[in-house]
Design a protein around this ligand. Sequence first.
Ligand SMILES: Nc1ncnc2c1ncn2[C@@H]1O[C@H](COP(=O)(O)OP(=O)(O)OP(=O)(O)O)[C@@H](O)[C@H]1O
Ligand SMILES: [Mg+2]
Length: 245
Amino acid sequence: MVDPRLNIIDKRLAKIGKIIAVSSGKGGVGKSLIASTLALTLSRSGHKVGLLDLDFSSPSTHVILEIDGLYPKEEKGIVPPVAHGLMYMSIIYYSGDAPTPLRGADISNAIIELLAITQWGSLDFLVIDMPPGIGDATLDMIRLVKDINFLVVTTSSKVAFETVSKLIRLLRDLNLPIIGVVENMKMTDSSFIRENVEKFKVSFLGEIKFDYELENSIGDVNKLLETDFARSLEKLVSQRPEIKS
Ligand SMILES: Nc1ncnc2c1ncn2[C@@H]1O[C@H](COP(=O)(O)OP(=O)(O)OP(=O)(O)O)[C@@H](O)[C@H]1O
Ligand SMILES: [Mg+2]
């Protein structure tokens, strides 16, 4: 059976310059912090930016950016409200604080629905905060979104990279564009991640040190942008022509 929503998705995303999925495979490595800060950084440097929180079971970008009390407008679909200059879309508009346990087909269905109803209009960048894992959501996004670029996040740990390397392999085998890999929460000197990323012939974008001040800036966008974390991310990004802010 053909799902008519699939055709609509292409149309909905047609006027977006670059779609960046911040992904990892591994949980807890800083995807949501990086996605939120990247979106803010790109927006503050004059681009039109959307942020889509695709983590249905534990959305968190609304906490990082302190987004509360906003609701999308219905207008031949859903127009995401603007928060801190970003067009912002998340399941929290519909679920609030209630848990949203979804599995298998229900996850796919929710992703298709969200992509089909959201009217982003024209954007320079759409940043997507991906859930952990390389299962449903990742495979669905690969299937549903034609021009999707992956920004891969890992920590310095071999344990994290074991899983992250599986995502890299999957993306590489499918010939999907990988912007590069960010090594986050770095605490000691080690070239393990860089060397292993380079073995995959994927760009190593650089490292972001563990930042003890980061937690204090959660929920305060201006403070967040002043952190060493945000400055390091901005530096990494500014070296990449395709996401240059
Ligand atoms: N460079 C850093 N320095 C210090 N703390 C960090 C750094 N990066 C992320 N964190 C913290 O690590 C925790 C996990 O970050 P985050 O929620 O962004 O990870 P995630 O990959 O999105 O997790 P999940 O897989 O659950 O979605 C958060 O408390 C965040 O503040
Ligand atoms: Mg997250």
